[in-house]
Design a protein around this ligand. Structure first.
Ligand SMILES: *Cc1c(COP(=O)(O)O)cnc(C)c1O
Length: 356
């Protein structure tokens, strides 16, 4: 007897990077931050009123919305909070794309986008990125919706503000969702600068990458109040309390500790910018990253992945068209990256010996 619903039978779920539960791994596979959360986050959680955990949390994350809005120079009704940006994205699909045709997204992007497409009956169309993996704004016109990660993953490349604006102007009849999971590591400006001018713009962000809080599941959307209201409508038809009390407390402390955020972002970018030339010296082609990860292009990507695995280093590899000669490597601590680079070096030496 097969008890699955028609819908469940048809699903192909997203496959996340491995989260090994035993110690000893160098984990460069899911773009987590190598720095711990701010000490102020730790204090805020320690000092939280545990007795109030008997009560439901604030379903609308009022204080967190205020903190995010203040940080961005916006109003709380421009902000929507969810249980990780994955949840915010899923709710946005339901609010703006469900049942619609011609919703466009790049063919090389976040693996979850097509999964929500089938989950929520979206006529999602993938648009091939250019040969060099860049998104071409000209390819996005007259759509009923657009979903783009900017900077994009796993390409690590970004559109500038002018290019994002072009996409907004070319698609007035659909919500243009810009997933800014990696914007804090980028040189390009955030699309939030365009918010006042485009009612079809929805920006989604997360505390998982730049704020070192992947384990607390905090994400948010930024948009004009009409779009935010639609997200609330869908949320309240699904889960009225997406963020637990401690997550809200942690996120508020994280957003207020700007100095720590800036310092750790600068640290990740510095490690990134020192790792790239060392890989290039060894003959690898590395995309010019605007994120906290590197995309390395090499015909030996699959073998490299397995070799790293054998050395207890986790990277990310997709055995699928256009990506099977690429390896994604998250920026880890300086020490992690040293071990990683030594492993790459050892492989290079071994290959040279074999060729002799
Ligand atoms: C990591 C990531 C997310 C998910 O972030 P969470 O807030 O941890 O759910 C969403 N979009 C992109 C492009 C990501 O890389």
């Amino acid at each position: 007897m097969n008890y699955l619903s028609t819908k469940a039978k048809a699903l192909t779920p997203y496959v996340a990077g491995l989260q090994p539960q035993e110690p000893g791994w160098i984990k460069l596979n899911t773009n987590e931050n190598p720095y711990p959360p701010s000490p102020k986050v730790v204090d805020a959680i320690k000092n939280a009123d545990i007795s109030s955990l008997g009560l439901y949390p604030d379903g609308d994350s009022t204080a967190l919305k205020e903190a995010i809005a203040a940080d961005l120079g916006l109003a709380p009704d421009n902000i929507f909070c969810g249980n990780g940006s994955d949840e915010v994205l899923a709710l946005a699909y339901q609010a703006f794309f469900s049942g619609k045709d011609n919703v466009l997204t790049p063919d090389i992007s976040y693996g979850f986008y097509p999964v929500w497409g089938s989950m929520y009956d979206v006529g999602l169309k993938t648009v091939p990125v250019d040969e060099d993996f860049s998104v071409n704004p000209d390819d996005y016109r007259d759509a009923k919706g657009v979903v783009i990660a900017n900077p994009n993953a796993p390409t690590s490349l970004a559109l500038n503000l002018g290019q994002v604006e072009l996409i907004l102007r070319q698609n007035p009849n659909g919500v243009v969702l810009i997933d800014e999971a990696y914007i804090d590591f980028a040189k390009v400006e955030s699309a939030v600068a365009l918010l006042g001018m485009y009612e079809n713009l929805l920006v989604v962000r997360t505390f998982s990458k730049s704020h070192s809080l992947a384990g607390m599941r905090i994400g948010y959307a930024i948009g004009q109040p009409k779009l935010i209201e639609a997200l609330r409508l869908v949320r309240d038809s699904f889960n009225s309390y997406p963020l637990d009390m401690l997550a809200q407390t942690a996120a508020i402390a994280a957003i207020k500790d700007k100095a720590y955020l800036m310092e750790t972002i600068a640290g990740v970018k510095d490690i990134r910018d020192k790792t790239i030339p060392r890989l290039q010296e060894m003959g690898y082609h590395v995309m010019p990253s605007q994120t906290n990860f590197l995309l390395i292009k090499t015909p030996a990507a699959g073998e490299l992945y397995n070799h790293f695995l054998g050395n207890k280093i986790l990277a990310r590899y997709w055995n699928k068209p256009r990506l099977n000669d690429c390896l994604r490597v998250t920026i880890g601590t300086r020490e992690d990256m040293e071990v990683f680079l030594q492993c790459v070096q050892a492989i290079a030496l071994a290959t040279r010996k074999k060729q002799r």
